[in-house]
Design a binder for this molecule. Structure first.
Ligand SMILES: NC(=O)c1ccc[n+]([C@@H]2O[C@H](COP(=O)([O-])OP(=O)(O)OC[C@H]3O[C@@H](n4cnc5c(N)ncnc54)[C@H](O)[C@@H]3O)[C@@H](O)[C@H]2O)c1
Ligand SMILES: O=CCCC(=O)O
Length: 562
């Protein structure tokens, strides 16, 4: 199994019980001033008003570097899930706007792909600096439209920006190969070329990081992008696009269209100019896009749903296991593709763990993401609450017992009580589907073999976690798990420096790390006949049949720039 094993903490997702690790890079002085101070009021309406007057709330799409209304003037509401208030109305775009965005991206590709790696790197680095300089505003925007606690939102801004910083460096390392040829007078070169225009479709749960994890490597490789953020959270994406222009990324290299998802998706899929679709979201939509990409034979990367097991062995350090399980389960109110979906606890410590875990969960403060000390915000919408309720009902009707929580929170709206439910069995829907909410189902197992079997009994294969004090067991079990990512005594496994992605129906391809670049590059072979180079030197004073300039050839045939 090609998994990434992570046994260290990468704390870019601050929850109140975890310590944040923000970027080590100091900001340039000129960029470090935020328009907000910590003393200002943080009630949602006044935050929205301040962000609006500071120009952070954009409500048009972004095509070819221009803010653009939907051609038919339609708009859709963006609401705050904590209050139900409308933050703003944004353009509701469709196929026509998407086709224009694709044309702009194609025009921009011609020049952006020809810029030197150093030039592209500088623009990316500047974009990173600008995002970090405005991490509070972007974090506030994210809390407004997505609901996650402000501290966690600012953590996501740092996490999202880390991909831009990483790929600003990686842009300079797109190396090729020279392969020994089968004939002495031939040379084989392998070059990596940008794939072209990329369509990037992203979800609402990480409104910035899921975009930068795609756009930064694409731009680093010389590609240009049409981004379609979730209609539920377009504001962070639009603000980030605005900063990309300020960073010197040329108009048309980053376009943003949002509105009618299926029309936009169809336009991206139908266009022969779009050479790659990169998608993060549900497995159902991922399958549709994969099928749709077949008609134009596009490359496809998919980051889809998970069903993460979190296995706690009876030899685990209970304190480490509690903290890890709490972090992986309740981050982003449980709305994370790598969230523990099933907590498998060995029978000897099952009751003890269940009690200690419930105690810890009972201290999680639920509320508006702007509230002091809040670690769990609302769910994204009513449909999300209904899904959580129906999965709970199914489990309860089949014998599971709610230890704590289990219903809508008294705060109303889409707030849900942090929940621990025991006696959950593998056949219950709660174990089979991605709950995407603050519900921790505890399952019991007897042996290591049984835990592995239960963990792998799913079509998903994104993230898994194990807690044990045995080094031998940690290797044995992590290698037996059919997952793209395995956390060992660690609940937070995401980082820009290691590959992220799933096996089975959790996806195709990897994001982050140097492997994330491969998704936006084509491997191209060139076979060179050395005789042709020498002939060039001796024949035409300007060009030979291969198009090489003679005076270049005469310098040194082996160092010709192609
Ligand atoms: N593997 C990962 O890295 C990862 C990361 C985050 C979220 N996710 C998954 O995303 C899901 C939650 O996100 P969601 O509810 O936004 O998912 P979703 O699939 O409903 O939507 C994702 C994006 O696809 C768009 N979309 C929907 N139908 C489309 C269509 N027919 N054509 C084109 N685009 C279309 C949406 O508008 C949105 O922008 C969960 O399943 C979660 O596990 C996976
Ligand atoms: O929702 C899934 C992605 C979040 C992450 O990168 O950890």
């Amino acid at each position: 199994m090609g998994w990434t094993r992570i046994g260290m903490a990468f704390h870019r997702f601050p929850l109140s019980f975890l310590s944040p690790r923000f970027s080590a890079h100091p900001l340039p002085r000129s960029l470090s001033a935020s328009v907000f101070s910590h003393q200002m009021s943080t009630d949602a309406q006044s935050v929205a008003a301040r962000l609006n007057s500071a120009g952070f709330i954009r409500n048009q799409g972004f095509i070819g570097g221009k803010w653009t209304d939907a051609y038919d003037g339609k708009t859709i509401e963006v609401t705050n899930p904590a209050t139900g208030e409308v933050i703003t109305n944004v353009s509701c775009m469709g196929g026509r706007e998407t086709n224009d965005a694709i044309a702009s991206a194609q025009d921009a590709f011609v020049s952006w792909s020809k810029q030197t790696a150093a030039e592209r790197s500088k623009c990316l680095r500047k974009w990173y600096d600008l995002i970090m300089a405005h991490k509070e505003e972007l974090g506030q925007l994210m809390t407004l439209e997505q609901g996650k606690p402000l501290k966690e939102a600012i953590g996501e801004v740092s996490y999202g920006a880390s991909f831009i910083e990483f790929y600003a460096e990686e842009a300079k390392r797109v190396y090729g190969d020279i392969i020994p040829a089968t004939l002495p007078d031939r040379r084989l070169f392998v070059l990596k070329q940008p794939v072209g225009v990329v369509g990037a479709i992203t979800p609402w749960n990480f409104p910035l990081a899921m975009i930068t994890r795609k756009v930064a490597p694409a731009l680093a490789c010389g590609c240009t992008v049409v981004v379609k953020p979730s209609e539920l959270t377009p504001l962070t994406a639009l603000a980030a696009a605005d900063l990309s222009i300020q960073a010197g990324i040329p108009p048309g290299a980053v376009n943003v269209v949002m509105g009618n998802a299926s029309d936009i998706g169809e336009a991206l899929l139908a266009s022969p100019q779009v050479r790659k679709i990169t998608f993060t979201g549900s497995t159902a939509v991922g399958k549709k896009l994969m099928a749709g990409a077949a008609s134009t034979v596009k490359k496809v990367s998919l980051e889809l749903g998970g069903n993460a097991p979190c296995i706690i062995f009876d030899d685990a350090d209970l304190d480490v296991a509690l903290k890890g399980a709490l972090a992986t389960k309740f981050r982003n109110s449980g709305q994370t593709c790598v969230c523990a979906n099933r907590i498998l606890v060995q029978e000897g410590i099952y009751d003890k763990f269940a009690n200690a875990f419930s105690n810890a969960v009972s201290s999680l403060k639920v509320g508006d993401g702007f509230g002091e000390g809040v670690v769990q915000g609302p769910l994204i919408n009513d449909a999300a609450v209904q899904k959580v309720e129906s999965l709970l009902q199914d489990a309860i009707s089949k014998g599971a017992k709610v230890l704590i929580g289990g219903k809508k929170h008294s705060l109303g709206m889409t707030f849900f009580e942090p929940t621990v439910i025991t006696d959950v069995k593998s056949e219950m829907l709660l174990s089979r589907e991605e709950v995407f909410g603050p519900v921790a189902p505890l399952l019991k197992f007897k042996t290591e073999e049984e835990a592995i079997r239960m963990a792998n009994d799913t079509n998903a294969g994104l993230a898994a976690y194990i807690f044990t004090s045995s080094i031998k067991r940690s290797w044995r079990v992590s290698e037996a798990l059919e997952y793209g990512l395995v956390g060992v005594n660690e609940g937070l496994i995401s980082t820009e420096v290691a590959p992220f992605g799933g096996v089975k129906q959790s996806g195709l391809g990897r994001e982050g790390s140097r492997y994330g670049m491969d998704e936006y590059l084509e491997l191209c072979k060139e076979k060179h006949n050395k005789a042709g180079w020498f002939a060039a030197t001796l024949s035409s004073p300007e060009h030979n049949a291969h198009g090489f300039e003679t005076d270049e050839c005469s310098k040194d045939p082996c160092s010709i720039s192609i």
